[in-house]
Design a protein around this ligand. Sequence first.
Ligand code: NAD
Length: 487
Amino acid sequence: MTEHRITVAGVAVDTRHWIGGERIASAGTFTDVSPIDGSALGDIARGGPGEAAAAVAAAKAAFPDWAASSRAERARILHAIADGVEKRIEELAIVETTDNGALLRSHRRGVMPRVAHNFRFFADWLLTLDHEDFETRGHTNHVSWDPAGPCVLITPWNAPLMLATWKVAPALAAGNTVVLKPAEWSPLTASLLADIAAEAGLPAGVLNVVQGYGSEIGDALTSHPDVRRISFTGSVPTARRIAESAAANLTPLSLELGGKSPLLVFADADLDLAVDLAVEQYDNAGQVCLAATRFLVEESVAEEFTRRFVGRATALNQGDPRDEATDIGPNIHSRQLEKIDGFVQRALAAGARAVIGGHRGDGQYYAPTLLTDVRQDSEIVQEEVFGPVLTLQTFADEDEAIRLANDTRFGLAATVATGSRERAERITSQLVAGTVWVNCFFVRDLQAPFGGSRLSGVGREGGTWSFDFYCDLKNTVTAPNGWKNHG
Ligand code: NAD
């Protein structure tokens, strides 16, 4: 028993799957490594098709009762999970930081409170969810959101518990049961979530957590005929594989994928604000899907913008993410670091100039980098790096700004810095993006639709859109006559 529990920064974490309300081990394990210092944190259960089948079977068995529970009961349990998260914010924050290297202060003050909010928001939204009935020639149409069945939720490592719970909460609120598969580079907080949910009274089998490599356990989950929804956040190549696998049963998919989003800075913008927004793009060591990694700056202010940006960026503290003073932590894995450096070295070889950075730091850190003299059709401008690597291009006028902004295969987000409301309206209406921020960045309300256009995703989640995805919408049409027991 005890060999399946590891202690991470003083917190006990179970390394096994959580299936049908029980901890289940696998014959094999994989080693989870901290990006902070490369130390091994523990050996985690390495699930495969057998564990996938067991987890889906548990979710299927638990589905009828959970689906039949009242909205009020589900909301009560989701709030109890939120209470459990709030009680364990410090533990969740330090475990997540140790596991994925993102800043402890962000986890403590922003991310983990948001995890609790994910549960509270969808619990409350569930209770308000209703369509007005409408009439057709005296017949009443009543639309209901029916639970769909077992859902497979697959998540990445850059914001593990945040992104997992943004799916788990609405899926459970909708009356579905869940199999959650966290990323193999950050498996720990999903295991803690299983403990918290059980303590909150979530019935066995309603939430299952399976660990392992996507390549080994993924297909068995996504091709399973009893799975009625798949929500995936991750990379485009994995999304393609999942879509192929889901095609066997035409399982509905929600895909939240990568980006190559622009920050457009116009000459009429508050330049200090624009630089604030620009520096934020190094958050989480650049491992943010929504990051505005392409700076597009109006020619007349490009030199001054660059000067101020360099001043700010070179003053950022890079170091141990547990330290309150740190601004940029390590990248997740040595393989990710190699990938990042590959992009940068190929860009430099193709003629790009590093205004700052352009090389690795010590250990698993990458020097915050800004590249200029980059061509629009070059790899560094077109492909997602997912590291602290930004590019800067200039534009002469609005038309060129929009053309450059829209000229990638992605369409996740865009950020616009301008002092003109009219310009903002003109520009935003032409940008291809799921989210556009004007003179701000990363303001995310759970009521809003969230997702990407083009290769950045399929579908939208958030608010009612989450329930539209996780439910089978049903329209019941009732005739005014035909009753035998009236009058
Ligand atoms: P990834 O695609 O490599 O892995 C994501 C998850 O998919 C992991 O849990 C992995 O184990 C699993 N997986 C891998 N192969 C699988 C398969 N064949 N079947 C089923 N599951 C499989 O992505 P990553 O490197 O973990 O995450 C980074 C990517 O995620 C970036 O592209 C980033 O932009 C994107 N992302 C998008 C959003 C968004 O909301 N749009 C948010 C965060 C991250």
